[in-house]
Structure formats: structure tokens, C-alpha cells
Ligand binder design. Sequence first.
Ligand SMILES: [Fe+2]
Length: 343
Amino acid sequence: MDDEPFNIMLLKGLLTRMGWNAVGANNAKTALKVLDRTYDLVLADVMMPEMDGFEMVRHIRKNPETIDIPIIMVTTLSEKEDRLKAVEAGANDFITKPVDKLELSVRTRSLLTLKARQDDVKRFEAELHGMVETRTLQLRRTLKDLKNASYETVNRLAGAAEFKDDDTACHIKRMSWYCALIAEKAGLSENKVELVLNASPMHDIGKIGIPDAILLKPGGLGADEWGLMKRHPEFGAKILSDSDTELLRISEQIALTHHEKWDGSGYPGGLSGEAIPLYGRICAVADVFDALTSRRPYKAAFSIEKSIDIMKAGRGSHFDPRLLDLFLNNMDRVLEIKRRFQD
Ligand SMILES: [Fe+2]
């Protein structure tokens, strides 16, 4: 870039013979207009009308597109002060006029090599960045698959335990969504709500250990039969015990404690109040409400009103009062779940 057409012609000729592809401009504004990231080097005159070389260099350095292009100032000035000014503006090197062919060759080659290295590094960084993004995406997808697989597996396992009993086909679905609703309203994190949703289907998994003759018996159970039936929390906890995963640890807790009662009259531990794990207390509310509002071999489904009354009667005796209130205060959501998973 030079305001003298003769100088442009001369430099272009020299550069072309060195094997470079050179473009000339005879004022700073035109040069700035065409300059973009595809250029590898700028040779700029210092003394020019309108915009001088220093000003132009500052413009090149301000533009993110051209910020890294090496700049050689071609100058008749040899004063130290002007060179410092050029460096301050952002120039990388100097060539004095009249231009010496060898000097031009050495300086352009050195800066173009540097630029090529810089471009390599940038390309590598971009590739690396892209690769990291792709891998992260793959990893995330795999993790999601794994999580879904474990959720699906426990749901199917829970389904297998209920398989014998048609009346409870949708019970585990409704019950787990009721649990998630209470967990959400109790202020648990999104992650915990999701865990409760997927852990609660296994609350009755221990029924696998109860003989069909007892499990499917119409009418009341004898004392011994009832004694065995009451061991299903313990059986379930045993099936789910000693897991390293949070999902199964919560499932174990739910299986073991979903028949505990707030006043200590439940089973198998006779735990009371907050000694009953939160997930067990949540599950108790959800489980009983669904049992009341569903048809069972030994009873017809109660109406919503009657079921709510029975639940209220158990406030503070069977159920954690706070959790029961959260459940009953969100009846619209409860009924929406009930509608969604009809038997
Ligand atoms: Fe149960």
C-alpha cells in the first residue's frame, strides 16, 4: 500500500517474482476496505495523504478480522522516534526505501513463515475445539442413554413384580408421579424429584417374596399370612440393598419405609416422625391415596371426596402433616395424573 503508483508497481513486481500473490492499493481507505483474514502480510508506506501509515496500522489492529496480519512499514524515515511510533501502532517490522530486493525477501519470508505457524496453531485449536464439542455431545448422549436404561430397567423390574396383579397395572405409574409431585412441592431439587419418580415404582418389589396364595387371596388374611405380607418391605430392601447408585439407595429406603406411620404405629420399624426417611413419608401419602381411589380385589374404588376425608383423618397419625397438606393442596395436579394413568 503506497500513494505512489510507481512504488506499487515496483513492490508488486518484486513480490510476484518471489512467488507471492500481491495486491496493491494507493490509499489507506481502499486498502482497509479490501483487507480481510485471507491476507497474510501488509506492506505499508508511512507518509501518505489523508490517512498516514500509523493510522492505518491502528485500524488494521482494531479489526478482529485483520488483527493478526503481520505488517511491514516501508519508510524513508530512519528516525528512532518514528519507528517507535510504528511499533506502538502495531507494525512488526520495517524496510527502508529504496527497497533492497534481498532485504525484502528475507523480511517477508520470515513474517510469512510466522503467520503460517500462527494459522496452523489456530486451525489446530479450532479442530480441537470442534473435537471436544463433538466428544462432549457424544458423552452426554451416552450418559443420558445409560440413565434412561437404568430408569427403564427398574421400572420394568417393578412392573414384573406387579405382573401377577392386573388391578395394579397403572398403580406404580400413578403412585410414582404422585411421589414426584409431593417431592417437587416439598422443594426438592429437580434431580431429586427425578430420582424419586424413578425409585418409587420399586416400593413393593418385595412382594416377589410373598406367595401368590397370600398375595392374591380375596377377603381377609389370617394372622400368619398377614405377618408374612408385612415382611414385603424387608424383602424389597434386601433385593435393593448395598447399591452404589443413588437411585437404588433411594429405592431401598422407599421399599423399607413406605408402610411406616408418622405416629410410630407402622411397620416394619415402628419409626415415627422425621425418623422415617423423607422418601418413605412421601411414598406413604402417594401409595395410600392411590390404593383408596383404585379398585382392589377386596374393595371398590372410593370417591375422591371420601378418599380425601380418609387421608385427612390420617393427618399426623398415619401421614406427615406437611407432606399430606402439600398433596391435598395440589388436587388439580393429582387428578391430572390420575386421569393420565387410568387402569
Ligand atoms: Fe407396600
